[in-house]
Structures are given as C-alpha cells and as structure tokens.
Design a protein around this ligand. Structure first.
Ligand SMILES: NC(=O)c1ccc[n+]([C@@H]2O[C@H](COP(=O)([O-])OP(=O)(O)OC[C@H]3O[C@@H](n4cnc5c(N)ncnc54)[C@H](OP(=O)(O)O)[C@@H]3O)[C@@H](O)[C@H]2O)c1
Length: 286
C-alpha cells in the first residue's frame, strides 16, 4: 500500500491521521516544525514514525499537509526541495486552492485540497466530529481521487468550490463557526453586565442558541426570525442602545451592524416600511 505521511502536528493533522489509521489506511510517518509536537502527534495517531520533512518527502508517496495557513507555502517548498517528484499531496487550508502548493505541482506531484467544514479544537474532539462532516475538495488526478477516497472513508459529504472562490467559501465557514462563538461571547458579556455570572449565562442561553440555530438551519433564516426587529419594535431597540454604556467597546457596533442584517431579514418577511425605516435610523445612528 502507498504510505501516507502527515505534515504538521496540530489538531487537524492528529485527528485526520488517527481517523485514517483507524480505518486501515497506511499512515506511516509524521513530520512537523517542533520535534516534541511531532512525537505527541505520533503517539496520538498510533504507532507511526517521527521523521524530518526531507524524509517524509522521500518515504511517503502521499502526504497530507495540515500546518498553519501561513506555513503552507514554505512546507510545500520544503517537500519539493527534498525530492518529492510524484505521488499526491493534499492540504487542509480552506482559504487557498491548489495554487498554494504549486511548487509541488511544478515538481510533478498531483496536488489537491481537503478542507473539513468542521471546527476542530482538539485532536480528540476532531476524531469525534470529523466523520460525517462536509469536506471541500479539489485537485487533479491522483490527488482528487485520494481526496474523494478520504471523504468516503469518513462518511463525509464532498463539496466542490469554484476555483478562485476559495477565500469566499472560507469566509462563509468562518462566519458560521468562529463568528457564532464570538456572538455567544458578546451575549455573555451583556449578561455579566446585567449581573448573571458567566457559567450561569452559558447555561441559560444554551436553549436559545440551539433553538435558533436549529430553526434557521431547518426553516431558513428568514422564517426562523423572531424578536423586536422582526416585530418593528423600535422603542425596544432604542432601549438596548441606551443600555450599552457598560458594554465593552465594539459590542454596540456589533449589535448595530448585525441589527441591520436582521432588519434585511425582517424586510424580506414583509416588515412595514415605516417601521423598518425607523429601525434603520436607530441602528445607523447607534
Ligand atoms: N482547527 C480547525 O477547526 C480547522 C478546520 C478546518 C481546517 N483547518 C486547517 O487545518 C490546518 C491546520 O490547522 P490546525 O487548527 O490543526 O492548526 P494547529 O493546531 O495550530 O497546528 C498548526 C501546525 O502547523 C505547524 N506550523 C505552524 N507554523 C509553522 C511554520 N512556520 N512552519 C512549519 N510548521 C508550522 C505547527 O507545528 P508545530 O506544532 O510542530 O510547531 C502545528 O503542527 C490549517 O490549514 C487550517 O486552516 C483547521
């Protein structure tokens, strides 16, 4: 079987390495910048060797690169300079297409992308969350076939993004992921200012967050919308804005920016123009 090498020792590298190995794939070696991290990744993935990037290029005809986005070009260059001339490489960066590893493509390696559309905040959580996720995949020949094979092994859904639109796709992923986390943080900040301790705040908003996420995802955002903007209650929005004195700088701005997006949804649902215009003035003037 064609040996697989993992480049990188972070959360995604460890989770994907372990999942592939558990499914019988010949994951053989890991290389990373920090030797201690590579050793930790080898232990987590199970029974694989720690090697240098140079040896990874020489020994493994298939390499999965899962390093920080900013290190991707450099790591691809190191593999190319170490003599990787054929086989296949996939990288896990969602914002960049195959062009990010073009040095390997120029050397004769089939290159592609395998970006999990899932949040991985630890190797263990990644092992639990990646099976069944969607994966943006692209690439040519052997790389494309390998990406499709990995998605099938993980019972995932393949997603094809137009070439050149990777950054838009990734911005969408970031908004559905990290921005949701930031919104929860802003809500907790306001609850703390209203006298609710953080752990209790997280507990009490959980049903609200989960219900709205479920409604938006199943009914569509337009049909899921409730609240003062949807009802046209401009006085309530004005009360909110007046109460923002104690909030961290930026929270009021965030409220107004997102409020305008909520207003768009309310207009699409048929909110009366006079109410909508009054709300818009409130939100634009902060
Ligand atoms: N985490 C997610 O939710 C997620 C989801 C989808 C896709 N991704 C993508 O997966 C890739 C890895 O993300 P991650 O979250 O797993 O990152 P991570 O846990 O922060 O790990 C990053 C890895 O990159 C290596 N690295 C950092 N700077 C480097 C450099 N200058 N030269 C060489 N190696 C360097 C680190 O090596 P050492 O530890 O050895 O120093 C580390 O192993 C990224 O492309 C990311 O966009 C992440």
């Amino acid at each position: 079987m064609t040996e697989i090498g993992i480049a990188g020792a972070g959360r995604v590298a460890q989770a994907l390495g372990r999942l592939l190995r558990e499914r019988g794939e010949p994951v053989a070696s890991v290389a990373s910048r920090t030797p201690a991290h590579a050793a930790e990744a080898a232990r987590f993935i199970g029974g694989i060797e720690v090697v240098s990037y140079e040896d990874l290029a020489r020994r493994c005809p298939r390499v999965l690169i899962a390093v920080s986005d900013d290190a991707l070009v450099d790591v691809a260059g190191r593999l190319a300079h170490s003599g990787m001339r054929n086989g296949a490489v996939l990288h896990t960066c969602g914002a960049r297409g195959v062009a990010a590893v073009e040095e390997l493509a120029r050397a004769g390696v089939a290159c592609g992308v395998l970006h999990p559309l899932q949040a991985v905040n630890s190797p263990q959580q990644g092992v639990a969350a990646l099976p069944g996720a969607a994966f943006a995949i692209s690439g040519e020949g052997e790389a494309a076939a390998w990406a499709r094979q990995i998605v099938a092994l993980l019972d995932g859904t393949p997603l094809h993004i137009q070439t050149g639109r990777e950054a838009l796709y990734h911005a969408a992923a970031v908004m559905a992921s990290n921005y949701v986390v930031a919104l929860i943080d802003a809500s907790v900040e306001l609850l703390r200012a209203a006298g609710v301790p953080e752990d209790e705040a997280l507990r009490v908003i959980r049903p609200l967050v989960e219900t709205n996420a479920r409604n938006a995802l199943t009914l569509t955002p337009e049909r899921a919308l409730t609240g003062p903007i949807e009802r046209g209650d401009a006085d309530t929005v004005a009360l909110h804005l007046a109460a923002f004195r104690d909030a961290a700088p930026g929270t009021r701005e965030l409220y107004c920016t997102l409020g305008l997006r909520v207003l768009d949804l309310a207009r699409r649902r048929g909110l009366d123009k006079a109410y909508a215009d009054r709300l818009e003035r409130c939100l634009r003037n902060g």
